[in-house]
Design a protein around this ligand. Structure first.
Ligand code: DAK
Length: 255
């Protein structure tokens, strides 16, 4: 792969965006590689949680402006070059973003696709598309509004000004803020913690939370209850409850 660096630490798959000279600007080939790699990790039973990161200076400074600059509406529509973004929604394993530096435009939208977010103290998160004469196109107006509320989202989207890691923590946009030297290791530790949990339950929880954001409370509660009942068909439920009663750590197999 040209634009990713990939490794695995026990049950954690780690994907690093790698276009450092252009602050990890998200061009079409990079996004293609990223989605393919996420789908490969989804199929790999030895991986139970995924960390997605960039580098200290930039998680990603947005979609590649050079690639988009000369497009017109019809060429954008016909290519539908960003359709691959939707495939990321199908990943059922928990994805933890480890972000630092610039998290802008499509970079912020990519971060919001993830399930948990660890940020370094130097992180700046923004949706500056308005400064380019456009607007977010990969969920920036929708996911950001759901995550931080209308008034805060309006300010970020209409001014294009980034917010700091501390503000993002205060807004509930990231889970943790840590010194820059620790943001990746903190995210990997969090991923190991989650990877040790029963994977079928983790998958159902992820789906249930996604549904909470997309449907009514009644539909969400109904999905949750059925998923809860279904987990009683798993070996991990038997193991988890037996281990509790036998006062020993559970050994979850993902069955
Ligand atoms: N695209 C292409 N190149 C970029 C880039 C980007 N988004 N951001 C930075 N670069 C490149 C710069 O051109 C420069 O390249 P060279 O000149 O060295 O060849 C290099 O990275 C270093 O950047 P700077 O020299 O500018 O570094 P500074 O520290 O001075 O400034 C900066 C850093 C992040 C403040 C600045 O680079 C900047 O403002 N970058 C643009 C940020 C931005 O506007 N981002 C939003 C892009 S629009 C969709 C999906 C996604 C999207 C839309 C639709 N669908 C699914 C439909 C997303 C749209 C966007 O993200």
């Amino acid at each position: 792969m040209e634009f990713l660096r990939v490794r695995q630490e026990e049950a954690v798959g780690i994907i690093e965006l790698y276009r450092p000279k252009v602050l990890n600007a998200l061009n079409i080939p990079l996004m293609g590689e990223l989605v393919s790699e996420l789908e490969r990790m989804e199929r790999d039973d030895t991986i139970r949680a995924i960390v997605l990161t960039g580098n200290e200076r930039a998680f990603a400074a947005g979609a590649d402006i050079q690639e988009m600059a000369e497009e017109d509406a019809i060429s954008m529509l016909v290519k539908d070059q960003f359709a691959q973004w939707d495939r990321m929604n199908q990943i059922t394993k928990p994805i933890i973003a480890a972000v630092s530096g610039y998290v802008l435009g499509g970079g912020c939208e990519l971060m919001m696709h993830c399930d948990l977010i660890v940020a370094s103290e130097t992180t700046q998160i923004g949706q500056p598309e308005i400064n380019l004469g456009v607007m977010p196109g990969a969920g920036g107006t929708q996911r950001l509004t759901k995550l931080i509320g209308k008034i805060r989202a309006m300010e970020m989207l209409l001014t294009g000004e980034p917010i700091s890691a501390t503000e993002a923590l205060h807004f509930g946009l990231v889970n943790r803020v840590v010194p820059v030297e620790f943001y990746l290791s903190e995210a990997i530790d969090l991923a190991h913690n989650i990877a040790a949990k029963p994977p079928v339950a983790a998958r159902m929880i992820k789906k249930s939370v996604q549904i909470a954001q997309d449907t009514t409370l009644a539909e969400g509660l109904s999905y949750e209850r059925n998923a809860f009942y279904l987990l009683f068909a798993s070996a991990d439920q038997k193991e988890g409850m037996k281990a509790f009663m036998e006062k020993r750590p559970a050994d979850f197999k993902g069955k």
